[in-house]
Ligand binder design. Structure first.
Ligand code: CFM
Length: 545
C-alpha cells in the first residue's frame, strides 16, 4: 500500500527504535537492539555498535555471501586473469556480470570479464569428488586462452565434500609452467558476509601476485589506489583526474586491473585507500612489507575529491604537483558548481537514507550534503566496528569463531625490498602539520546527533523505517529496490547505480546531482494510487445476485 507523502518526521529516534523492535521475539529484539544506534555526541568517544556478527536465521538480510565478496567483489573486476568457479553453475550464472564493474581491454586487448567460467559440478561430482574435473577445466582454460593467471573459487558444496582445490592449483601451476594458478577457500558459508570473502581474496592476491615484478615503472608521484572497483566507470573518472594532475597510478585494487598491476604494486610510493572495509589490511601489509605509507581518500563528492587530491599532493610535497592539482580543481569546479547551484533550490532540505555495503553509506553522505540534503538514517550491511566508530577500536575488536575462521597472514619487512618512502623526520613534519596517515574515523562521527545508525538492516526494518520516517530517497541495492518503490519512495541503487554513473570525481558529482534531483522531484510517486482506487466509477452486480 502506498504511503501518503508527509514531510515532517514526527517520531523521536527512541520511539523509532522501539517500533522497529516491537514485532521481534524478545531474544531477537535484544540482539538487534545492539545493532541499532541512536547517534549522540559523546565527548571524545563514539557510541559503540555491534557489527560483523551473524544474521539471525529467518531474517531477510541485505547481505551477500563470502564467495560473492571474493569472486565478485575483489577478483571480479580484474580483466586478464581467468576466474574459474568450482561449483554448480548457479553460483556462476548469478554472479555473471551482475556487478557493474567496467573494464577497458587496453592495448593488449585481454579481457575475460565478460566470460563465465565454471566447472559446472553435477550430482556425480558431489558424490565422487570434483578434483579431476577441476584439473581438466584449468587445462581447458589454459589451452584456449593462455592467460597470465587462473584463479579458482570454492563454492559451498566444494567445502562440504572437501575437494582439495589448493593441491589441484599447485599441481596445475607446476604442470603449465608459465601460468600462475592459485585458489581461494571462499565457500559462501565461510564467514558472516561478503566481508570475509574480501579478506580471503586479498590475502591470496598479496601472497601470490604482489611483488612479482620489480621493474621500475615510468611516471612521477606513484600511487596505488586500493579499494576502487570501477563500478559504473567510477575508476575511469578517478583515473582521468589523477592523470590530469600528473599522478601515476601503479595499481588499482581491483577496478579494471591487470595481473601486472598487482605484481608491481610494491613499486608505488603511497597507497590511497578508497573503500576502507574491503582492503584496509592490504594497505597495512604493503606498509609493513615494503614501506609504503597509506592514507584514506574519498573520491565520492566534489569536496571530498578536492580534499583527497590535496592530501596526495601534500604527501609528495612537490610544488609542481601542488600547483597542478590546484589548476585542475580550478578547471573542473565551475561546471560542478553550475549544476549544483541549479539543483540546490529543488533538493535543499530533502532527506535521504543509505544502507549500502561497507563504505558507500558513508561516502555518499558527502554528495548528499553538497546538495543540501540530510542523511537521517544510514548503515552498512557488513562493515566492522572500525568502519562505524573509527580505527581506534581495532585493538579492542572481539575475536569470535567466525572471525577466527578467516586467516590473518603474518607479514614482515622484505629483506631486500623494504624501503621507507619518507624519513622519520619527513613523516613527523607532516603529522605535526595535522596530516593523517592510516586514519579512518568511520561513519558515526560524520552523522548528526539523533540520526539512526543501523547495522545489517533487513527487509522488515527497511519498510518499517520508510513508513515511519518517510525519507525523500532511499539508497540500497536491487533486493530492496521494488519493495521500497512500492511504498511510494524513490529508490536509488548505490551498488550498481541502476544503469547510471560514474558518480566519483567531478564528472560523477555532476551526474549524481542531476540524477537525484530528477528522482526526488519526480511527480510519479503522487500517482501511486490508480484512479479507480481513488474514486471507483464502474460498479456491477452478478446476474445471479
Ligand atoms: Fe567496498 Fe565496494 Fe562497498 Fe564492498 Fe560491495 Fe560494491 Fe558496496 Mo555492493 S567493495 S564495501 S562488497 S565500496 S559490491 S564496490 S557497492 S556492497 S558499499
Amino acid at each position: 500500500m502506498a504511503i501518503a507523502k508527509k514531510k515532517l518526521v514526527q517520531w523521536a529516534p527512541t520511539d523509532i527504535k522501539k517500533e522497529l523492535l516491537k514485532k521481534y521475539p524478545a531474544k531477537v529484539a535484544r540482539k538487534r537492539a545492539k545493532q541499532i544506534l541512536i547517534n549522540e555526541a559523546l565527548e571524545n568517544t563514539t557510541p559503540e555498535i555491534t557489527a560483523n556478527v551473524r544474521t539471525i536465521p529467518g531474517i531477510i538480510t541485505m547481505r551477500g555471501c563470502t564467495y560473492a565478496g571474493c569472486k565478485g567483489v575483489i577478483m571480479g573486476p580484474t580483466r586478464d586473469i581467468v576466474n574459474l568457479v568450482h561449483g554448480p553453475i548457479g553460483c556462476s550464472f548469478y554472479a555473471w556480470l551482475t556487478r557493474r564493474n567496467q573494464t577497458d581491454a587496453g592495448v593488449d586487448g585481454e579481457n575475460y570479464m565478460t566470460y563465465c567460467f565454471s566447472t559446472d559440478m553435477q550430482d556425480s561430482d558431489i558424490i565422487f569428488g570434483g578434483e579431476k574435473k577441476l584439473a581438466a577445466a584449468i587445462q581447458e582454460v589454459y589451452d584456449l586462452f593462455h592467460p597470465r593467471a587462473i584463479t579458482i573459487f570454492a563454492t559451498c558444496p566444494v567445502g562440504l565434500i572437501g575437494d582439495d582445490i589448493h593441491t589441484v592449483a599447485r599441481t596445475m601451476k607446476e604442470k603449465l609452467g608459465d601460468c600462475n594458478v592459485f585458489a581461494f577457500s571462499c565457500e559462501g558459508y565461510k564467514g558472516v558476509s561478503q566481508s570475509a570473502g574480501h579478506h580471503i581474496a586479498n590475502n591470496q592476491v598479496f601472497t601470490h601476485m604482489v611483488g612479482e615484478n620489480n621493474e621500475e615503472k615510468p611516471g612521477e608521484y606513484k600511487i596505488n589506489l586500493l579499494g576502487e572497483y570501477n563500478i559504473g566507470g567510477d575508476g575511469f573518472e578517478i583515473d582521468r583526474i589523477l592523470r590530469k594532475c600528473g599522478i601515476t597510478t601503479i595499481s588499482t585494487f581491483s577496478g579494471n586491473s591487470t595481473y601486472d598491476q598487482f605484481a608491481s604494486a610494491h613499486m608505488a610510493d603511497l597507497s590511497c585507500v578508497m573503500c576502507h572495509r574491503s582492503i584496509n589490511y592490504v594497505a597495512d601489509m604493503m606498509e609493513i612489507k615494503f614501506g609504503i605509507p597509506w592514507i584514506k581518500v574519498n573520491f565520492i563528492g566534489a569536496k571530498s575529491t578536492i580534499k583527497s587530491l590535496r592530501k596526495i599532493a601534500e604527501y609528495f610535497g612537490d610544488q609542481k604537483l601542488i600547483d597542478r592539482v590546484e589548476a585542475v580543481i580550478a578547471e573542473e569546479m565551475p561546471a560542478v558548481d553550475a549544476v549544483r547551484e541549479d539543483v540546490l533550490p529543488r533538493t535543499t532540505g530533502k532527506t535521504a537514507m543509505l544502507f549500502v555495503g561497507g563504505s558507500r553509506a558513508h561516502h555518499y553522505q558527502d554528495l548528499f550534503s553538497e546538495m543540501g540534503m540530510k542523511t537521517v538514517s544510514a548503515g552498512y550491511e557488513f562493515a566492522h566496528r572500525d568502519d562505524y566508530e573509527g580505527r581506534h577500536v581495532i585493538p579492542n575488536l572481539k575475536v569470535d569463531a567466525d572471525s577466527r575462521n578467516i586467516e590473518e597472514i603474518e607479514v614482515e619487512a622484505d629483506p631486500e625490498r623494504f624501503k621507507p618512502r619518507k624519513t622519520e623526520a619527513e613523516i613527523k613534519a607532516l603529522v605535526d602539520k595535522g596530516y593523517k596517515f592510516k586514519e579512518y574515523d568511520g561513519i558515526i562521527p560524520d552523522m548528526e546527533a539523533g540520526s539512526l545508525v543501523i547495522d545489517d538492516l533487513n527487509q522488515y526494518e527497511a519498510e518499517k523505517l520508510v513508513e515511519l520516517m518517510k525519507p525523500d530517497i532511499f539508497c540500497a541495492g536491487i533486493k530492496e529496490k521494488f519493495s521500497i518503490q512500492k511504498l511510494g519512495i524513490p529508490m536509488k541503487q548505490l551498488h550498481s547505480y541502476d544503469s547510471g554513473g560514474p558518480y566519483a570525481g567531478f564528472q560523477g558529482a555532476i551526474n549524481f546531482y542531476k540524477e537525484i534531483d530528477r528522482l526526488v522531484n519526480s511527480k510519479v510517486w503522487g500517482y501511486m494510487k490508480a484512479p479507480w482506487q481513488e474514486s471507483p466509477e464502474l460498479s456491477a452486480t452478478y446476474v445471479w445476485e
